[in-house]
Design a protein around this ligand. Structure first.
Ligand code: HMG
Ligand code: MG
Length: 281
């Protein structure tokens, strides 16, 4: 069974030029809650000065109709974000860093080592409150500032997140430069440190290779895929090249073509996609 994590309400909307209203975000998540996802990323408790699109994530969290079968998660960059997540009843959080120093600096204004210093108090609170934690590694094969990234660098950061207590590590091809070959080499290196069952693949479709890369990840044994409804979004600190997470609808088609089992409901996905297209016009 392949697990799909829908990241559109966070990784998608964080990059939209027009900031979606709280009500629009809630409507989208309520539609996505009927689609069969195992997890939906609702938003981020980051600085609204850095990512204004994610301001109000607390209100969104409180307003959505939660389905008990789904994990509703949020990104947390520091203890301040973690405290906000706890206040709003979030049970799954994601911490995020990168395999590239340059990207980490642009995205969260610190070095990779400093990002781990910030994670320690978050992890302590997560343990105390029994919160599950996903760790994101961005720029797993390439960085918009530093170019190609060695598989060993990604493996080292993934290993550190896993040893810190993350139950899942999401491997982000943030700028979509991955090819089936580079993705395969990267997964090979990472899986020597972290079990495949604890890995997810997070592809961007900037150059149209996301589906081929996901097919490679599936063949390599990864069973969790991140995607965003209609291919919304990207990373505000990835530049133009980070646009376009892989579209959930395309992932659904791929899984069906390849004969993988999943829990997505096609009619409901189409309904949510129609809503996004209507709102985005
Ligand atoms: P900073 O400016 O270095 O830190 O930001 P600071 O501690 O000096 O804080 C600056 C201001 O932000 C202060 O407010 C803080 O109170 C406030 P002021 O005193 O100026 O009024 N602040 C906060 N406000 C709300 N919530 C918080 C928070 N923390 C501080 N949690 C910081 C450091 C990490 C906060 C900042 O860099 C930040 O928020 N970055 C977020 C960037 C981001 O969200 N990027 C996108 C997500 S990553 C991604 O998309 C990739 C991924 O999808 C995978 C992939 O595709 O690769 C995951
Ligand atoms: Mg992304």
């Amino acid at each position: 069974m392949i697990r799909i994590v829908e990241v559109g309400p966070r990784d998608g909307l964080q990059n939209e030029k027009r900031i979606w209203t709280i009500d629009e975000r809630v409507q989208l998540i309520n539609l996505l809650s009927q689609c069969g996802f195992s997890e939906i990323e609702v938003g981020s408790f980051v600085s609204p000065k850095w990512v204004p699109q994610m301001a109000g994530t607390d209100e969104v969290f409180r307003s959505i109709n939660k389905n008990d079968a789904i994990r509703y998660s949020a990104l947390v960059p520091n203890d301040k974000g973690m405290e906000a997540a706890l206040r709003n009843g979030v049970r799954t959080i994601s911490i995020f860093t990168a395999a590239s120093e340059a990207f980490t600096k642009k995205n969260i204004n610190c070095s990779i080592d400093e990002s781990f210093d910030r994670f320690s108090p978050i992890m302590a609170l997560a343990k105390q409150h029994n919160i599950s934690v996903r760790g994101y590694v961005s720029c797993v094969v390439a960085c918009p500032y530093a170019g190609d990234i060695a598989p060993e660098s990604t493996a080292e950061v993934a290993d550190r997140l896993y040893n810190l207590g993350c139950s899942e590590i999401s491997l982000g091809d943030t700028i979509g430069k991955g090819t089936p070959e580079s993705i395969q080499r990267m997964i090979q290196a990472v899986s020597q440190q972290v079990p495949l069952s604890n890995l997810a693949i997070h592809c961007h479709d900037t150059y149209g290779t996301a589906l081929a890369n996901i097919e490679t990840a599936l063949a390599s044994g990864i069973k969790t895929i991140d995607s965003a409804i209609t291919g919304l979004g990207g990373c505000p600190y990835g530049g133009e090249t980070a646009k376009g997470n892989v579209a959930t609808e395309k992932v659904l088609d791929l899984l069906d073509q390849l004969g993988y089992q999943h829990s997505l409901i096609r009619d409901k996905i189409e309904e949510a996609a129609t809503f996004v297209r209507k709102i985005s016009v």
